[in-house]
Design a protein around this ligand. Sequence first.
Ligand SMILES: Cc1cc2nc3c(=O)[nH]c(=O)nc-3n(C[C@H](O)[C@H](O)[C@H](O)COP(=O)(O)OP(=O)(O)OC[C@H]3O[C@@H](n4cnc5c(N)ncnc54)[C@H](O)[C@@H]3O)c2cc1C
Ligand code: SF4
Length: 325
Amino acid sequence: MEFMPDFKLHRPATAAEAAKLRADTEDALFVAGGTDMLVNVRRGIEQPKALIDVTAIDDIKSIAEDEDGLHIGAGVTLRDLATNELVQRDYPAVAQAARAVAGPTHQDYGTVGGNLCLDTRCLFYNQSEWWRQSNDYCLKERGEICHVAPGGKRCFAAFSGDVAPAMLVYDAEIDILGANGELRRQPLTELYRNDGLNHLTLEPGDLVTAVHLPKSLAEQPSAYEKARIRGSIDFPLAGAAVRLVMDGGKVANIKIALTGVNPYPQVVKGADTAIGKPLDEDALDALRENVRKQAKPMRTTTVAPWYRRRVVGALARRLTAQLAG
Ligand SMILES: Cc1cc2nc3c(=O)[nH]c(=O)nc-3n(C[C@H](O)[C@H](O)[C@H](O)COP(=O)(O)OP(=O)(O)OC[C@H]3O[C@@H](n4cnc5c(N)ncnc54)[C@H](O)[C@@H]3O)c2cc1C
Ligand code: SF4
């Protein structure tokens, strides 16, 4: 770890002030729980001149229900998300995913906003300054080549947040407050792009303030599971969330989303071809193969890509079978 660099810390009390500060301040970044950001600062990966701490903004810290669904502030901690009775009852995969993030202390400080906006990760990037320097850095930060795919100009660092796929299977929407004071709502899918270098579509000053889970999908059965190296505390090597509704022995509704196997949390295309059919062994095998085809893990972890691809298919198949059973 490097020494903490000099930076100015701002702690605004409102979301509007935070968004404006971020846009108006040179080399400024948001920090929430800091469980990822501060590690990156200590490693020299991030070198901000200012950090804008959003944890004093009370307006983004509640979970509220109304006739449209559940509204979760971006400043809600993962602990509060995992233990909230409405989340556990109505959107179980979301509670399970929050409980699967890192370890208990990270869940006490880590927030929903920080988890959704987590930087992409790679074996060649999440390293100390001297380690990265001795490898001439890489495309994602200060370098000229990608060590994972040296022939190209793309970064394949993987999105490795646990909560996003669980929210995606419930068609989550997010609120973003821009530096101009405008609040806009958009599908969570539109927060991401398939680019490990720049995987978020946020503009400087855009603050995610809330997530909305629709009432129409509340109580539909769902589950989340991940594979990781250290069971007690680790990022997903691969993770899958499934929402499944059965009716009369046939699939009435299904949605699957993945993490850890692409630069963005990905909704699996074509899962709905199972709708109207029974979930026999052949259907479950077809679903697993479809998931495997769309997962494109690269050599961004110490675990081989082929293994992560196999695991993510197996996780999706197993969760689907369990929910059906
Ligand atoms: C040892 C270790 C293990 C971990 N394991 C996991 C794991 O298993 N699964 C997992 O998902 N994560 C894991 N993490 C990462 C991290 O702890 C969590 O993702 C956590 O939820 C991040 O939230 P935070 O509030 O601490 O974010 P921060 O670290 O404060 O911020 C993360 C990023 O989000 C941005 N940001 C924060 N809030 C907002 C907002 N409201 N609007 C816009 N941008 C925002 C920040 O600018 C920063 O880029 C791990 C971290 C460590 C150190
Ligand atoms: S995928 Fe390539 S460019 Fe991206 S972080 Fe890894 S080594 Fe760097």
